[in-house]
Design a protein around this ligand. Structure first.
Ligand code: Q46
Ligand code: ZN
Ligand code: ZN
Length: 362
């Protein structure tokens, strides 16, 4: 198996003084905790090393536990996996299929230059090689804009315009395709970093909704995150032992993303105290999420429907003079507002947005 340099980097342990137990390096003589065969990876938070087969067993068990504990999926339920072409989304798709779920994928072409072209290729090859169904949506072709243009036209940071577009289109794809549930590849590192940011700001609305399962209703699908008990490094290892080729490059728009900084901070804590990340996030779910349930209810009750596309939205509308329906502002969701501004804007090349963002903090 050919291991690319970046993939090996992703397997580098967060603990600085330990080397990854991977064939060809000094730690490769360590043995799998389960079968005593040569280990391919050390996992300090489990205080153990694993061979390829038992790493897979660990990953399957963690996903099964997450699905069961948080009641993510029913047996036989059709699942739509939000696929980016990166390791986490391909791994979650692979794991769900491996565990017997009927899982199809959906990929959104975001128009982020070569990065998007390549990412789409990884997603399509993964599906083709396994005979899986991948739905594709192209922002430029179908909605007349791309992420760099949306960032410029709406004066939002790219990840904000991108995230809003993706959430909306994943929901719509699930609705149109008759899927009750959308699965994403958010892993433990992602969730812990988001939790860290939300906690630093004590953002109660976001904290209240930071759950591995968000229930659906007649307007939008349930959202599930089956990888919340697994780390980025474990997912990189899963992809390597399963022979999954994935987009290794980071999105060029991610530079300066606050979450990357939060991840580095948490990795430093994890290096000193393995298991801290898991306990930070999983204990939040056990101890704090129930306390925040009341705030969550308020958010759900505040939703209305977009007057253009019918999607649920927190946006408000207003009535005209004297309470009449004429002259008021319509209730328009964030996605429709992005489309309105961006489709009318001339296309903006990726480089223009990334260059402007260089050296500037969000
Ligand atoms: S694709 Fe989109 Fe990510 Fe790129 S612009 Fe940001 S949100 S970083 S997952
Ligand atoms: Zn083993
Ligand atoms: Zn809308």
């Amino acid at each position: 198996m050919v291991l690319r340099a970046k993939a090996m980097e992703e397997l580098a342990p967060t603990e600085p003084f330990k080397r990854p137990a991977w064939p060809g390096n000094a730690a490769a003589m360590s043995k799998c905790k389960v079968c005593k065969a040569p280990a391919i990876i050390d996992l300090p938070r489990h205080n153990a090393n694993f061979c390829g087969e038992h790493l897979q067993q660990l990953c399957r068990r963690q996903v099964e536990k997450a699905i069961k504990d948080f009641r993510m999926l029913e047996p036989g339920e059709r699942v739509l996996v939000a696929v980016s072409g990166g390791k986490d989304s391909l791994a979650v798709w692979d794991l769900l299929v491996d565990l017997g779920y009927q899982a199809d994928g959906v990929y959104i072409g975001l128009g982020i230059g070569e990065y998007s072209d390549e990412s789409g290729g990884y997603a399509q090859r993964f599906a083709d090689e396994r005979g899986l169904t991948l739905h594709t949506i192209d922002l430029r072709d179908e909605y007349g804009y791309d992420v760099p243009t949306a960032a410029k036209a709406t004066r939002r940071v790219p990840c904000s315009a991108c995230g809003t577009s993706k959430r909306h289109l994943f929901d719509r794809a699930a609705h149109d395709g008759g899927y009750a549930v959308v699965a994403t590849g958010h892993n433990l590192d992602d969730e812990a970093a988001v939790l860290f940011g939300n906690t630093l700001r004590w953002d109660i609305d976001y904290l209240a909704r930071q759950l591995p399962v968000l229930p659906g209703d007649e307007h939008f699908p349930r959202k599930v995150k089956p990888l919340v008990r697994l780390t980025e490094r474990e997912m990189a290892a899963w992809c390597i032992v399963r022979g999954i080729d994935y987009q290794v490059e980071e999105c060029p728009m991610a530079a300066g993303n606050r979450h990357l900084g939060y991840k580095e901070t948490l990795n430093a804590v994890e290096a000193r105290s393995p298991g801290s990340k898991a306990s930070f996030y999983l204990n939040f779910l056990d101890n704090m999420a129930p306390i925040l349930a009341e705030s969550r209810q308020t958010v759900v009750e505040g939703l209305g429907l977009c007057e253009r596309c019918g999607a649920p939205t927190t946006a408000g509308g207003s009535t005209g003079p004297g309470g009449s329906t004429e002259g008021g502002a319509p209730r328009v969701c964030a996605f429709c507002r992005i489309v309105e501004k961006s489709a009318a804007h001339e296309p903006v090349p990726v480089e223009l947005v990334t260059t402007q963002r260089n050296g500037r903090r969000r």
